[in-house]
Design a protein around this ligand. Structure first.
Ligand code: NI
Ligand code: MN
Length: 226
């Protein structure tokens, strides 16, 4: 399978036949690697409702009919927006899809949608092409990352925010990487806007010094194969 970094916290998982988008914030994203109209996913998976994650969900979902997985309050709002094919789990819930599954796990953050619907933010455990991908969503460092990874792992790839200010910074993310123990880590949610500028290569060096995870730093538009 392949993981394409679309910029900020947006990723596309593909296996050649099927694709799943996570947090497709493209319109208005200064680091977006593609236009929303270029994507035809089978599923869209959302960590939370902030605009830099929710992004182009409504437009892509209406155009493609993709499955959409979002925590129940966001799913209800998406239904009111005319999105069909909705799945509305809450934390701890797993949605089975034709190609795998998506489970919502805790993240420490806040969240409202652009229209103001309050919702609890989440991370996503995604089973795709026999791999387990953990998108942490927006979160600070917390010790249950270890429990989440142990219960749902082993984690092949962790997609991890490192930019600070709105989420954990690269120093806290080094500890997060240690707790999760993924084979590979791809950093995200940095350098999109001035408040979240950070040094991804320094994060890579610090994580790899722990001897647990390999870090792959992707520029927007780059693809990682596993
Ligand atoms: Ni957020
Ligand atoms: Mn965010």
């Amino acid at each position: 399978m392949q993981i394409r970094f679309l910029g900020h916290a947006a990723f596309e998982l593909t296996d050649g036949d099927t694709s799943a988008l996570i947090d497709p914030f493209l319109t208005g994203n200064p680091k977006a690697a593609v236009e929303a109209d270029e994507l035809s996913p089978d599923a869209i998976l959302l960590t939370h409702g902030h605009a830099d994650h929710y992004g182009d969900t409504v437009g892509i979902a209406k155009r493609t009919g993709a499955h959409v997985v979002a925590i129940v309050e966001i799913a209800n709002e998406l239904g009111e927006e005319g999105v069909g094919n909705l799945h509305d789990p809450n934390l701890g819930g797993t949605v089975e899809l034709p190609w795998g599954s998506a489970k919502l796990v805790p993240a420490w953050h806040t969240s409202t949608t652009p229209k103001g619907t309050v919702n609890t933010p989440a991370g996503l455990i995604v089973k795709f092409a026999d791999k387990t991908i953990y998108h942490l969503g927006d979160t600070c460092l917390f010790s249950d990352l270890e429990l989440i990874a142990k219960q749902n792992g082993p984690i092949d790839v962790a997609l991890m925010c490192i930019g600070g200010h709105y989420t954990m910074d690269r120093h806290d993310a080094v500890q997060a990487a240690r707790l999760i123990g993924a084979k590979q880590v791809i950093p995200c949610h940095y350098n999109t806007f001035p408040p979240i500028e950070t040094d991804a290569q320094a994060f890579k060096a610090d994580v790899q010094a722990q001897g647990v995870s390999e870090v792959i730093v992707l520029d927007p538009g780059e693809t990682h194969s596993l």
